[in-house]
Write a protein that binds this ligand. Sequence first.
Ligand code: NAI
Length: 244
Amino acid sequence: MLALVTGASRGIGRAVAIELAKNNFDVAINFNRSEEQALKLCDEVKNFGVEAEIFKADVSDYEQAAELFKNIKNVMHSNVSVLVNNAGITRDNLLMRMKIDDWQAVINTNLNAAFYCCKEAIRDMAKAHYGRIINIASVVGLTGNAGQANYSASKAGIIGLTKSIAREYAERGITANAVAPGFINTDMTEILKPEVKEAILNSIPLKKIGNPEDVAKAVMFFASEESSYITGQVLAVDGGMTMC
Ligand code: NAI
């Protein structure tokens, strides 16, 4: 079975690609910048004895997202059965100072890209009467966050998208769920100031920062048969930070 992970060359996407490969999924690795990292991951994934290929595409651009699905079919001779919308960016600022470009870039990458990829994946999934859509949201999509109006709105949007797809396509054998990470150790969070990290850490009941693998395991659950009676759900992987 073929899984596509967007923005897979590093961080959570990378861990997801490896976890899927460990569990016997072939993996289409999407990246938009670092071909070197994507190739390295591709070799690692192939070591698990599954098929893997890399595909360059900026998924926030509809033409490129559509082309990505065509390329995957041509190269891997298979339809995408598991779609993991992971690509994401932050452009944090207080609302008053937030540039229009920063609002739009975050919505384009975190929300529109997920819509484009779902739109491209769903026809084949519906025909096959099987599909698993797993969207990477964030706990701030549930709670909001000062300085992250764009990011929080994009992640709240992806939760709405997930639930709507879950309702629309349940009868076609497709499940759609979201994983909402809390504070995970990746390049995205690396840039935060030590005092900000400390404050976040204090708000986590389990008193530790999560790893990409923690998120990958939750994604794997939604990709697996074990979750076949679960759809439209949001699973927070956050050390107990939100509990809502
Ligand atoms: P990261 O910055 O390490 O990885 C994001 C990946 O997405 C990068 O490889 C980047 O090149 C790729 N990407 C960005 N725009 C793209 C585009 N237009 N087309 C294709 N690829 C694109 O970040 P991380 O932490 O691994 O984040 C992965 C996902 O998890 C994101 O959706 C993020 O919002 C979400 N998340 C992360 C949290 C954290 O604490 N690290 C917390 C909550 C959610």
